[in-house]
Design a protein around this ligand. Structure first.
Ligand SMILES: Nc1nc2c(ncn2[C@@H]2O[C@H](COP(=O)(O)OP(=O)(O)OP(=O)(O)O)[C@@H](O)[C@H]2O)c(=O)[nH]1
Length: 338
């Protein structure tokens, strides 16, 4: 076999790994003995004889045969009725069944095959033919099981890959410290919302939120304590974004951005004020602040209806200018330009 053929061949089980298990269901012990003898000298073929047709299903489920030799005429229950039961059993439905019959009657053969038999032999077949058929059907069955397992494993690893990719995509959009969207995602989101607002002729608004005297906070309480403040502020900002189209992001450093679409200048101002007031309400101590004894934020906002010759950075730029005005105006305040 060439390397290329090897690469495309379906997986097979090495001959030595075969565990062929033959289950014979026949009420006549003499047939059981004859088959047992026919299989002597085949060390890889295991044999189980069940003379009680009423036990056939449970024995088969226990023994896990790779092929069933099924007698047709038995007291109390017919081999064809058992065949139907095998085919409806979740664990046995794929197991090959070779019907052992005393007749070559075409109508009986036809019914056996229509009920799901895989082969039909007239008793007693010679041992060469019997062994060959047992091997053929068992190999096909074991190969099928192996293919099913490989398919399941492939399916599972594909599922895990999809999950990992989704997680990775999520992580590339998230700010590690605060869990808010990061700057990269903010830009993607703004681009989409800008185009959408332009199509609809609706205003798109941005709030820029910056912690007041945060350098002093870090200098006094330490950088780690500063990180904790940023996390708390992120939660406050996130909780304020109630509409599904609102987006809270960490813009960078100690600065956050909120995108509101659509939102008028008045609505934007109300939202900015709500965030400012919530931060105040949290009353996080900041002894070194120049404006209060607690952490406060300054908020700048802008609201624009996108036009053909403008792009989304212009509304961010305008919000940043409002923020600058809020800082210059004394901090802990909201200024929004329409
Ligand atoms: N703890 C912490 N500090 C940060 C982080 N990112 C930026 N900073 C700090 O935020 C501070 C920002 O300082 P400035 O730009 O001078 O602003 P400010 O002190 O807040 O003053 P105003 O904005 O004018 O009120 C700097 O000390 C940065 O080191 C961060 O992820 N964690």
């Amino acid at each position: 076999m060439t390397a290329r053929e090897d690469a495309v061949s379906p997986p097979t089980i090495a001959r030595d790994d075969y565990k062929i298990m033959v289950l014979l269901v026949d009420d006549q012990p003499i047939i059981g003995e004859a088959i047992r003898r026919a299989l002597i000298g085949q060390p890889d073929i295991h044999f189980h004889f069940n003379p009680d047709p009423f036990e056939a299903l449970s024995v088969a489920e226990q023994v896990k045969p790779t092929v069933i030799l099924q007698d047709l005429v038995m007291p109390g229950v017919t081999g064809l009725a058992l065949l139907t039961q095998y085919r409806s059993s979740p664990t046995l439905k794929g197991v090959p069944v070779i019907v052992l019959s005393t007749t070559e009657e075409p109508a009986v053969k036809s019914e056996a095959f229509s009920l799901g038999a895989n082969d039909y032999l007239v008793k007693l077949p010679d041992s060469i033919e019997l062994v060959a058929r047992i091997r053929h059907h068992s190999r096909a069955y074991l190969n099928q099981i192996q293919r099913d397992e490989a398919y399941r494993a492939l399916h599972e690893s594909q599922r895990q890959l999809v999950e990992k990719n989704l997680e990775l995509e999520r992580l590339t959009h998230v700010d590690g410290l605060t869990g808010l969207s990061n700057r990269r995602y903010l830009d993607e989101f703004m681009e989409i919302q800008w185009r959408r607002s332009r199509r609809k002729g609706e205003p798109l608004s941005v709030l820029m939120i910056d912690v007041d005297d945060f350098k002093r906070y870090n200098d006094h309480y330490g950088h780690l304590a500063g990180d904790e403040v940023l996390k708390k502020l992120a939660n406050i900002i996130q909780d304020s974004c109630r509409r599904p189209t609102d987006l809270a992001a960490r813009f960078g450093g100690e600065e956050f951005a909120v995108v509101l679409s659509p939102s008028s200048p008045d609505e934007t101002r109300v939202m900015g004020e709500k965030i400012r007031a919530e931060v105040e309400r949290a009353a996080l101590p900041h002894r070194e602040s120049s404006v209060a004894t607690i952490v406060t934020v300054s908020v700048g906002g802008a609201s624009q209806i996108p036009t053909a010759d403008s792009s989304f950075p212009s509304v961010i730029q305008a919000a940043d200018e409002s923020l600058y005005d809020a800082k210059r105006g004394g901090r802990n305040r909201v200024i929004v330009r329409g």
